[in-house]
Design a protein around this ligand. Structure first.
Ligand code: DC
Length: 218
């Protein structure tokens, strides 16, 4: 079975997808980490995220791989496990910028589809149900109001030892929402037939239960 979870930044997709995959004994596919890995290399090479041809050129000299390590998908960039290095705000913003380029999306498309070939996967991102896995068994779209998404992101950053200002996270999130939903290639949208879940007032466990209930009864 392929289950897709799409939604904007800070809606709780990662936490929910991870918990759901664990409950079902499925693999969790975090597709944002693939865009982040590429963005990390772009920044490391001091290439401007606005320079599409330079980004595309770098892409052609890059190997992004997904490896199943003890039942968990890990992202490898040119054979290096990039782990937590790609989890910064800076890399997230750069990932959002370069993910608008058709060449970048095309480059990562097959990789994502191959990961889903065997089934038994919870795939999380922006275009999972609309483009990457249009025939998924279950499609969900997770959302939450802006204030809640900002607060969650602030707490997440704090838990990693980075105290940030509400206003700066808000600014970054508004820019990211705009970029991800207004781009030409595979914009963030509610996939056809997707179940929309508003997680604003729900705990992670409650969201997972809503999803499980749906899967078990439909
Ligand atoms: O989910 P995330 O914050 O790790 O994603 C980082 C960026 O990657 C996001 O702002 C847009 C891009 N992305 C995408 O375009 N398509 C996906 N399926 C996943 C992420």
């Amino acid at each position: 079975m392929v289950i897709t979870i799409d939604g904007p930044a800070g809606a709780g997709k990662s936490t929910v997808s991870k918990a759901l995959a664990e409950k079902l004994g499925y693999l969790y596919l975090d597709t944002g980490s693939l865009y982040r890995a590429l963005a990390y290399k772009v920044l490391k090479h001091n290439i401007s995220v606005d320079n599409e041809s330079a980004v595309a050129d770098l892409c052609s000299r890059t190997e992004v791989e997904l490896k199943n390590v003890g039942g968990k998908m890990k992202v490898y960039l040119d054979s290096e496990n990039v782990g937590e290095k790609i989890r910064t705000q800076e890399v997230g913003s750069a990932a959002s910028k370069i993910s608008a380029y058709g060449t970048v999306r095309q480059y990562l498309l097959n990789l994502q589809r191959r990961a889903g070939e065997q089934g038994g996967i919870v795939a999380e991102g922006r275009d999972m149900g609309s483009v990457v896995f249009p025939d998924a068994d279950y499609k969900f779209y997770l959302d939450a109001n802006a204030d809640e998404r900002i607060t969650r992101r602030l707490n997440e950053l704090l838990s990693k030892g980075t105290a940030s200002e509400y206003e700066s996270v808000q600014k970054e999130m508004i820019a990211r929402d705009q970029q991800d939903s207004k781009r030409q290639h595979s914009p963030l949208k509610v996939p056809e037939e997707a179940i929309i879940i508003d997680s604003t007032d729900l705990s992670v466990e409650q969201v997972v239960n809503v999803i499980l209930k749906y899967i078990l009864t439909k």
